[in-house]
Unconditional design. Sequence first.
Length: 310
Amino acid sequence: MCAKCHHMHLPISYQSFFVTLQGREVDAEERRRRAEEEASLSSRLVPPLAKRMRLTKDLQTRKSKGIREMDGFKRMKLCRDALKALDRRGWERSYHQKQFHDSFIRATARLFWKSEPPGQFSRDHQKILQLNGWDHLAQEILVSTPRRFGKTISVSMFAAALIFSAPSVEVSIYSTCKRISQKLLLNIKRFLYLIFDEMKVEPFKEIRMNMEEIVMQGNESAQDNRVVNSYPSEVGLSMPRRHRKKHNSSRKHRIRVLETAAVRSSNVQAYRNKNERLTSSIRRAMKKIRAHANFARSDPENFITLRAFA
């Protein structure tokens, strides 16, 4: 023990031993701290880096297959190019069919931006209108033409072009009968392969096909499944049963119907008398209608409907 500093002075060899040991502990602690920092940094950077590497690999694969990087404007142009490809393959469209397709593209414009980042369609909205000369985007199109005017072929051609150009799209078509729906689905497949052949593009992988749907694997991503459905349907207009029952059982309504029929028959009688062409059978029918209306008004509980033919 030193009398001046009150510390124990060890021999030189022991001091150097403890300094070396302390230095090793500090180095081990520093290495452990650096390892933890590197691990934390790598945990934050590996997912984006792996994602970037995966996207780069997908891009190289797409370039090797001749597939261009797409956005909404390029997909819309690709849809028009597909329709023009059908014109070159012997299915030249008429003036009205081209108008149909332009209206269809206008109604489905949002589908070409389906795989874009959220909000991109809204940011490009004004540019879409300016480039195409549109004042707004209507999502409903009504086409009314005579028979044999090319409506079914137009729908088939556009559905094929839309499946070819829009990512992750699903098209549903309702036809008047099963035969037409199946024929329409076969036409879509036929036009789609004509587009592949004319534009020198590798055909999509066919995942599933039956009498009502075709499912294909698109070329933009592994989740790019494109579906077209063709269903038969029946269109009719009928009154709900509850309203029909109430409507038929109303005595006031029946009386009103009979009175209207009597007034119409009176007008017919005046017209026929004026032109001297009223027959005796029409007179008897109108008398029965008037008598029935008067009877229904006087005794509404026991009257029955009388059918008169003029």
